[in-house]
Design a protein around this ligand. Structure first.
Ligand code: SIN
Ligand code: MN
Length: 277
């Protein structure tokens, strides 16, 4: 475990275990958010496989694996507060499994249907258990009209839902894991029933806010019908003893290096406290 005890989020773990998501009690400063947005903009202009576009469009939908080639993103995944949160919420040392920014561009950013991330990691990568955590950092102000993440509290305790039969050839292509036409979804009806029982929460907040959510929580987000972009940066930390033995998807979707991430401060990535309801 990291020795960054001052960064611990003790107390949030019981909420996270119960609900499958929680809000962290700090936010990245405006300066840090500006720098991250500049990095995201520069990467989005590059022509490389990690940059994914909306269907039949030249609008960037997401960028992937940036911590492997961008120096600021590499610093971000080592941020002591993020590493401490991931260790606290999973209970073990962690490494970076996945890094992405979903840009949800104004008026053009398409939905993410209801799904569970662990369906992809289990079925496609062979991740043994859902012992990972997603840390989500808002890079724009997120409100109910620009396609916020919507989660169904407690749904992470129900196992994997609505898994399709495996294809004879072993699965879908990776593009169907990052597009609006997802390979593993939870049906609309199932999600509606679950939301009736358990409610649904819109993950909104000012740019710089940080949330955590569980690999098995049922979540979605709608088309961005507003004139405001909704960029969400997602880092998945996996526990070191839960690395898939033989992943085959591209490394920018499934990291091969499972050595524990070493926390390191970076003056550019400041945080400030925020109160959590
Ligand atoms: C979103 O960006 O709204 C969806 C993210 C995800 O499902 O991983
Ligand atoms: Mn997801």
């Amino acid at each position: 475990m990291s020795t960054a005890t001052e960064s611990a989020v003790t107390g949030l773990k019981s909420t996270y275990d119960q609900d499958g998501w929680c809000e962290l009690p700090y936010r990245f400063t405006d300066k840090a958010v500006t720098l991250l947005k500049e990095a995201v903009a520069a990467i989005s202009r590059e022509s490389r496989p990690e940059v994914v576009y909306e269907k039949d469009s030249d609008t960037v939908r997401g960028i992937h694996g940036c911590h492997a080639f961008d120096e600021l993103c590499a610093a971000l995944v080592r941020h002591p507060r993020l590493v401490a949160a991931a260790e606290e919420l999973t209970g073990k040392p962690v490494y970076v499994y996945q890094f992405k920014v979903n840009l949800k561009q104004a008026r053009e950013g398409a939905a993410w249907p209801w799904h569970q991330d662990y369906a992809f990691w289990s079925e496609e990568d062979g991740m043994p258990r859902p012992d990972a955590v997603n840390i989500a950092i808002s890079l724009d102000d997120i409100h109910e009209d620009n396609g916020p993440l919507v989660v169904i509290p407690g749904s992470h305790r129900m196992g994997l839902l609505d898994l399709p039969e495996k294809d004879a050839d072993g699965g879908s292509g990776w593009r169907q894991h990052v597009s609006a036409d997802l390979a593993y979804t939870v049906s609309e009806q199932r999600a509606e029933d679950l939301a009736q029982e358990r409610g649904r929460v819109l993950i909104t907040g000012r740019a710089g806010t940080v949330h955590a959510f569980h690999p098995s929580i049922v979540h979605s987000s709608s088309n961005n019908v507003s004139s405001d972009r909704r960029a969400l940066l997602l880092i998945t930390y996996n526990t070191v003893d839960n690395a898939p033995p033989n992943p085959t998807r591209p490394e920018f979707l499934v990291a091969r290096d499972s050595t524990p991430v070493v926390p390191a401060d970076d003056d550019r990535l400041g945080t400030e406290p925020r109160s959590v309801a």
